[in-house]
Design a protein around this ligand. Structure first.
Ligand code: GUN
Ligand code: FE
Length: 427
């Protein structure tokens, strides 16, 4: 059990801070470490007199962050100067991803990547690997060793892709099915069928991906849609009959619950209704969209329609692993479409989008992203005094919103003192 200030969400986007709280963790029937009780120390301590309590005065325990879209082979692509998405892919991303045909490179990058996730307080992620099946084995193998809840997939890209990353249609689908069988549902791991985006996949590859998605209904799907205007124009040329870019994915059976599309910027209300109607989720990636100049996710239109979405780093189009940086960038992006006076997004909404809201969008509500009883015990220990300015600012915070905003605006990996992962077995 842990005694500290506890941040969690009794209701969606409604946070509470229990200033002197107790978090009780223990095994459930299947041996997973889950939250047994959460609340005020004075109310709970007498119910659990036998517990060994770690007391962390001055610290905040909060749900581990959930990153809905990240590319593990793009560590070395972060911050690459390019004119926009398509030149960035061609000049930096594809050359870097081609290095993942090498086993030693895979294993070094996988370890570095998982270390970075944990150092930044990210405990669940939906990740792209590369087109090389070995890149999935390296990443999910590393996540398994660390007991991390990670979902990943081999990228499908059989056209408009250079040698070194381009795969072959039939083989790519056989590889995908073999990887599903090997990894999906093993320990805390999941598999995502991963067509890179429409321009990089032949019709046959998209059709095969859709068939696998129908056959393995609890496997995830991840891709990109409507990120950049040149990309949208390219898809219009490839599919002149399609009503929209998003509708191409629909045509191949790739919109459904557990399908997650990064960006969703240049879409219209019919697309938004299609997202909602099919249970498809958006991974909002504001640092990436600002860095690559892709555009601004329309929060107001999303909320008007009511489809699922959550936050994502999109490293390496994104500029940081830090959930704090991503939440701050989302606040800036929300300002862009703002029509009402006031905050664009409240700090509680931002935090929710990167924890419980992202978990809900992934179909993992009640599993991760919160500290309610039954949730897997993945959490971060935050130090609100990690830097002189943050200590000064948080000491003056007169409300939960002020405290959360201080952390969002001034926070980074220095705030994350410890990341605790739910381990199988007994305490
Ligand atoms: N569209 C297709 N591939 C990619 C990628 O690797 N990153 C981003 N941001 N967009 C893409
Ligand atoms: Fe991406």
């Amino acid at each position: 059990a842990w005694r500290a200030s506890l941040l969690y969400f009794p209701e969606p986007a409604q946070a509470v801070l229990e200033t002197d709280g107790l978090l009780v963790v223990g095994p459930d029937a299947s041996g997973r470490q889950v939250v047994q009780a959460v609340g005020s120390y004075s109310a709970l301590a007498s119910r659990f007199p036998e517990l060994d309590v770690t007391h962390l005065p001055g610290r905040i325990i909060a749900p581990g962050f959930v990153d809905m879209h990240i590319h593990y082979p793009q560590l070395d692509v972060i911050g690459s100067p390019a004119e926009g998405l398509l030149p960035w892919l061609e000049n930096y991303t594809f050359p870097h991803e081609s290095r993942f045909s090498d086993a030693a490179h895979n294993s070094e990058a996988a370890t570095f990547f998982v270390d970075e996730l944990l150092r930044h307080g990210v405990t669940t992620a939906l990740a792209f690997a590369t087109s090389h099946p070995a890149s999935v084995n390296a990443l999910l193998g590393e996540a398994q060793r660390r007991s991390l809840r990670l979902i990943a997939g081999k990228v499908l890209q059989d056209q408009n892709s250079p040698d070194g990353v381009r795969d072959e249609t039939e083989q790519s689908l056989r590889d995908t099915e073999a990887l599903i069988t090997r990894w999906h549902g093993v320990d805390r791991l999941g598999y995502a069928i991963t067509p890179r985006f429409v321009p990089s996949c032949s019709e046959a590859q998209l059709r095969g991906a859709g068939e696998l998605a129908a056959c393995y209904a609890d496997v995830w799907i991840q891709s990109h849609v409507a990120e950049n205007k040149d990309e949208v124009a390219w898809v219009r040329k490839l599919y002149p009959q399609a009503r929209s870019y998003l509708s191409v994915y629909e045509q191949f059976g790739l919109l459904r619950p557990r399908a997650v599309y990064a960006h969703c910027i240049h879409i219209d209300d019919e697309d938004r209704a299609l997202m909602r109607g099919t249970g498809t989720a958006a991974a909002v990636s504001p640092t990436s969209n600002l860095f690559l100049g892709s555009g601004f996710f329309d929060y107001q239109a999303a909320d008007r329609t009511g489809f699922l979405y959550g936050l994502a780093s999109d490293v390496g189009g994104g500029t940081s692993f830090s959930p704090f940086h991503t939440m701050l960038a989302a606040y800036y992006v929300g300002r862009e479409g703002q029509t009402k006076p006031g905050l664009s997004l409240s700090p509680q909404q931002l935090w929710w989008q990167h924890t419980g809201g992202a978990a809900r969008a992934l179909g993992l509500e009640g599993v991760v992203g919160n500290l309610l009883p039954g949730c897997e015990a993945d959490f971060v220990v935050l130090n609100p005094q990690a830097t002189p300015l943050l200590a000064r600012k948080t000491a003056q915070a007169a409300s939960l919103d002020e405290l959360l905003f201080a952390l969002i605006v001034l926070g980074d990996d220095r705030v994350v003192e410890n990341t605790v992962i739910s381990q199988a077995g007994t305490t």
